[in-house]
Design a protein around this ligand. Structure first.
Ligand SMILES: [Zn+2]
Length: 199
């Protein structure tokens, strides 16, 4: 990868041998390996020792989970907050595992809509809850840095499964607890935001 980065620097009109860039290919490789580390992660290893059977069926919410991802169209960052809720049927996930689950899907080349769905589907798959809801709010540098549609560089995406899809009161209770910017309790399933222009 370092040879490619060095080549990229040349293509950009840079001199890869100047002092400031000498170690850049190594640093970029290290950074990219970290930022795409989600491909290597094993979901079961992340979660396995923290799935518990409990007698609890009220809504569990983990709010304001920071995420940092890379848009697959431009390889530029998008980042923000992720909120996860579910209603257990019999099993719960250790609370500290939910941000790790978000990291697994954020640390890949992504679009925000798919990341949101993958987090929700994985929770459904692993603990079969009565419902699961994921809302992500992201700022997309591919839009704000390039000056494209600046107003929409902030995107909200949601995935609502089970009770959150079928029961508007459950969904509203969740959205009310979140008070996400741009979402109100009176909204129905929030429409997905414009995540990233692909040109
Ligand atoms: Zn993009």
């Amino acid at each position: 990868m370092q040879d490619l980065i060095r080549r990229l620097l040349i293509e950009l009109g840079e001199n890869p041998d100047r002092e400031g860039l000498a170690r850049t290919p190594a640093r970029v490789e290290q950074a990219l390996r970290f930022l795409t580390g989600g491909y290597e992660a094993n979901i079961d290893e992340v979660l396995n020792d923290a799935l518990f059977t409990v007698d609890y069926n009220e809504m569990v919410i983990v709010k304001d989970i920071d995420f940092y991802s890379l848009c697959e169209h431009h390889l530029l960052p998008f980042f923000g907050k992720c909120h996860v809720a579910y209603i257990p049927r019999k099993r719960v996930i250790g609370l500290s595992k939910i941000p790790r689950l978000v990291d697994v899907f954020a640390r890949r080349l992504q679009i925000q809509e798919r990341m949101t769905n993958q987090i929700a589907e994985t929770i459904r798959e692993k603990i079969d809850p009565l419902g699961v809801a994921v809302v992500c709010e992201g700022t997309h540098l591919c839009m704000s840095m390039r000056g494209v549609e600046k107003q929409n560089s902030f995107a909200i995406t949601s995935a609502m499964l089970g009770a959150f899809r079928d029961n508007s009161r459950t969904r509203m209770e969740f959205l009310e607890l979140l008070k996400v910017r741009g979402l109100t309790a009176t909204s129905t399933v929030p429409s997905p935001g414009l995540a990233c222009v692909s040109d």
